[in-house]
Design a protein around this ligand. Structure first.
Ligand code: BES
Ligand code: MN
Ligand code: ZN
Length: 501
């Protein structure tokens, strides 16, 4: 998708379709739909339809006016944005996606979008529209022979006449990088387990680094021998049951002029298929466990965006990639494993494998010099029970890093909810024979999983994102296709941009 800015008069653009946002400025039971922004010609073109009562401006409503009077566009698309007082860049992001997904199957290939006037400024609106458009553009149709490759080829944003052009151009360029990176993540997550083995994931990571072509981004992939040499007993215990060799993907971004500290470590769970291992999962729904590498893929997408945006802060990216399989060589419940830090772990359930690979991944990030940590993982079914598909779970061992992250997730328009890490939960993962056990049972399952990770993070300020419920969108929505969502990429990028300030 080509994305550009135009400073033309909206009434004068000759295009297949011009999209504008309609919000409801009325009181309860008395809708007053109004076009947000644009000049008098745009308002006039929509006025008859808006006065008719046929359009309310409710969220995601889409109405097309053909050959609108007084405008040169062939179609005027009105996209509903809900109540005016609740309208923000999060809504706008979804409206851009909605407009794209509405037009895609209609053989329309180029779209002009009029970003509404926003309190948060024109740059913020541009960013939201472009990011939302990329989200909407993605379809998980790689393996459909009859896929139509319906793509919007050109998206042009109409900037207000009084706009500060360099600011808007910068917002557009950044949003394009972030949108493409999020979709890069989604492509990885969409791949099935037979095609996205740990080796294949490492290959994709290498290719990404080559494509980014930055002298400040490097990658190293450690195979089974190196993983064993590093004494990553927790990571290895998961990998040992699979015929596919595990891969530890290590990326380093060090831009010139970045201070020695802080160094942010990004650690992702890269289980390319989670069968549960010997504690095997039920057959029903097991096919979905190909997305158990979504945390790792999010880190790859985030690193891609960071290397292209070039914030002045050092970042290390680590993805622990392996399958979790049952076999004659697989670990068993009751086994005791020694993690890289030397902590002993009693394996209660081989299906609690994400925390095992992350334990060594987090410790390794610290060994490499990370002063701050973020991990992302499809870690627990319990977080899906707690928060469903709406919010990702966020855990933090430090209120200061959490405050920064919360602002980042808001700027990114990604919904997340903070979960607790009280010391009392530690009891649930106490082991009779080892330092810790890998399952705290059903109650508070998302919290005890995070408590397990905390043991390996110690005092390093740390954010843990449990994205099990949000990494896969269960159904088609107006702004996003069924399939991988690419959650966490945008928040992490915002966090890093803020860190570099
Ligand atoms: N990958 C799963 C968690 C998961 C569940 C992701 C549903 C996406 C959707 C994880 O490895 C797992 O199996 N967790 C167990 C832990 C339990 C055995 C302590 C779980 O949540 O049931
Ligand atoms: Mn599991
Ligand atoms: Zn898993």
């Amino acid at each position: 998708m080509k994305t550009t800015l135009s400073y033309a008069n909206p009434a004068e653009v000759e295009t297949e379709c011009l999209a504008v946002v309609v919000v409801d400025q009325g009181e309860k039971d008395k809708p007053a739909p109004t076009v947000l922004g644009g000049n008098q010609a745009i308002q006039n073109a929509a006025s008859e339809l808006l006065a008719s009562g046929e359009v309310s401006g409710k969220m995601f409503e889409t109405v097309v006016i053909h050959r609108p009077a007084g405008l040169k566009t062939r179609r005027l698309l009105l996209v509903g944005g809900g109540k005016a007082k609740d309208f923000s860049s999060s809504e706008l992001r979804k409206l851009a996606g909605t407009a794209l997904r509405f037009l895609k199957p209609k053989q329309i290939r180029s779209l002009f979008f009029l970003p509404p006037e926003m309190l948060s400024g024109a740059a913020d609106a541009v960013k939201a529209v472009v990011e939302g458009a990329y989200v909407g553009d993605f379809d998980a149709d790689t393996y459909k022979s009859d896929r139509k490759d319906q793509r919007i080829e050109e998206l042009t944003l109409l900037a207000p006449a009084n706009a500060e052009r360099p600011t808007l151009e910068k917002a557009l360029a950044e949003a394009r990088v972030v949108g493409e990176s999020q979709n890069f993540t989604r492509e990885l997550v969409n791949e099935p387990g037979n095609r996205m083995t740990p080796t294949a994931l490492a290959e994709r990571a290498r290719k990404m680094v080559v494509d980014v072509n930055s002298p400040h981004l490097s990658i190293e992939v450690l195979g089974p021998e190196r993983i064993r040499e590093l004494k990553m007993g927790a990571f290895w215990s998961v990998a040992q049951g699979s015929d596919e060799p595990p891969q530890l993907i290590v990326m380093r971004y060090s831009p010139p002029g970045a201070p020695e500290k802080p160094v942010l470590g990004l650690v992702g769970k890269g289980i390319t298929f989670d069968s549960g291992g010997i504690s095997i999962k039920p057959a029903d729904g097991m096919e979905k466990m190909k997305y158990d590498m979504a945390g790792g893929a999010a880190m790859l997408g985030a690193i891609r965006a960071i290397a292209l945006l070039q914030p002045k802060v050092k970042v290390i990216g680590i993805v622990c990639a392996t399958e979790n399989m049952p076999s004659g060589k697989a670990q068993k419940p009751g086994d005791v494993q020694i993690a890289m830090t030397g902590k002993s772990i009693e394996i209660i359930n081989t299906d609690a494998e994400g925390r095992l690979v992350l334990a060594d991944g987090l410790a390794y990030a610290r060994q490499l010099g990370a002063t701050h940590l973020i991990d992302a993982a499809t870690l627990t079914g319990a977080v899906v029970v707690a928060l469903g598909g709406v919010n990702a779970g966020v855990f933090a061992n430090n209120d200061d890093i959490y405050a920064h992250f919360e602002r980042a997730e808001q700027r990114a328009g990604e919904k997340m909810w903070r979960m607790p890490l009280d010391d009392e939960y530690r009891e649930q993962i106490r082991s009779g024979i080892a330092d810790i056990k890998n399952s705290g049972g059903r109650y508070g399952g998302a919290v005890t999983a995070a408590m397990f990770l905390k043991e390996f993070v110690e005092d390093t300020p740390w954010i843990h994102l449990d994205i099990a419920g949000t990494a896969w969108t269960e159904e088609n929505k107006s702004w996003i296709a069924l399939g991988p969502s690419g959650i966490a990429v945008r928040s992490i990028v915002e966090f890093v941009k803020d860190m570099a300030k």
